[in-house]
Design a protein around this ligand. Structure first.
Ligand code: NAD
Ligand code: TDX
Length: 332
């Protein structure tokens, strides 16, 4: 199995999950090690690692030719960065996916494409509907527009060239190894480093949070029994939990008052609500999330995540001041 972007947040967790639960896979990783990738995440694991760019057709061709399956996580993944400079998003998310698709076509290799809920745009806060496999695309940011473009390429390669591919759209992940630019680890490490947690705007926005291990389990369900050419939406039914509630819960779980955070400048074009209807993967492939509590759906998963950041300062401390400096320059 070739895993692209395996040194990033979800890729790292997916590889660890695979080695533990599906040890028959031999894993090869292709990762450029951008600011978001960290080789230390994989140190000591029984994998083969290549530092390289998914846009480099020679490297991609050679690695794909030796694989039976490609699971494609590599991407520029942060919305706020795409608002500052969209160019790496165009390059990696579009050109990189194209280069993988061509190699997969040449070597007739199974391909799973990791998409996102954001390609569907957003829902109004008072709209109770959910995204499903048939929701039309309406991306809002340079990040989500390039992810949408890469999905279209995959579907075109399935239809025009008959490649053996599947696509999944997962909602917001949380868990260990997530870069501290993202909402949940940013707040946890703010508290651990004596800073005040930062909420964009009013914090009424809703994300359908899912623990990263539940995402990995869903991808494996698709690899084992998904139908080629099909798309699967993945979510944990947390679409009743807004950002304010999440930040309060983090404060509470870390021994602070639930309102020990500050409001900062909102994200331009901020998507309001994401909600996933994951009934297809539950019904057809028998997948369901493990991390679902009754109140917020995420108390247990957050407790583990907080403990992990507390115990792994080496993962985040060296980058913390610089990440906060660049947020401060945006009033965030
Ligand atoms: P991440 O930013 O933590 O990791 C991305 C990884 O890709 C890094 O290791 C980076 O070095 C690597 N990479 C970037 N450009 C590359 C290139 N040109 N060539 C090779 N490697 C390159 O991202 P993540 O949060 O782990 O997301 C992984 C995937 O899951 C992405 O495709 C993202 O769109 C999707 N996704 C993420 C979430 C989420 O909540 N984080 C939710 C749904 C879908
Ligand atoms: O400091 C913050 N304060 C805050 O209120 C940050 C960094 C974010 N936020 C808000 C913005 C969003 O409403 O929290 C929410 C989550 O923000 P992010 O962690 O940046 O995630 P989001 O923009 O929702 O996108 C994520 O989910 C979908 C991933 O980064 C994407 O890669 C994935 O496709």
């Amino acid at each position: 199995m070739l895993v692209t972007g395996g040194a990033g947040f979800i890729g790292t967790n997916f590889i660890r999950y695979t080695l533990k639960n599906f040890p028959h896979y031999e894993i090869s990783v292709l990762d450029k090690l951008t600011y978001a990738g960290n080789f230390n995440n994989l140190r000591g694991l029984d994998i083969r690692f290549t530092q390289g760019d998914i846009c480099d057709t020679n490297v991609v061709d050679s690695l794909v030719s030796q694989a039976d399956i490609v699971v494609h996580f590599a991407a520029e993944s942060h919305n706020d960065n795409s608002l500052r400079d969209p160019s790496p998003f165009i390059y990696t998310n579009l050109v990189g996916t194209y280069s993988l698709l061509e190699a997969v076509r040449r070597h007739e290799v199974r391909f799973h494409h990791i998409s996102t809920d954001e390609v569907f745009g957003d829902l109004a806060l008072d709209d109770p509907s959910r995204f499903s496999e048939t929701t039309p695309y309406r991306p809002s940011s340079p990040y989500s527009a390039t992810k949408a473009g890469s999905d279209h390429l995959v579907r075109a390669w399935v239809r025009s060239f008959g490649i053996a591919a599947t696509i999944s759209h997962c909602s917001n992940n949380y868990g260990p190894y997530q870069h501290i630019e993202k909402f949940i680890p940013r707040q946890i490490t703010n508290i651990l480093s004596g800073r005040t947690p930062k909420l964009y705007g009013t914090g009424e926005q809703v994300r359908d949070w899912i623990h990263v291990d539940d995402h990995s389990a869903a991808v494996h369900a698709i690899l084992s029994s998904g139908t080629l050419g099909e798309t699967y939406v993945i979510g944990a039914d947390n679409d009743h939990v807004n950002n304010r509630r999440v930040i309060s819960l983090i404060c509470e779980l870390m021994g602070l008052s639930p309102d020990a955070y500050e409001h900062v400048a909102d994200r331009p074009g901020h998507d309001q609500r994401y909600a996933m209807d994951s009934s297809k993967i539950r019904r057809e492939l028998g997948w369901k999330p493990r991390y679902t509590d009754t109140d917020t759906g995420m108390r247990e998963g957050l407790e583990h995540t907080i403990a992990w950041y507390r115990e792994h300062e080496e993962f985040w401390l060296a980058d913390k001041a610089q990440v906060e400096q660049s947020y401060a320059e945006q009033g965030q």
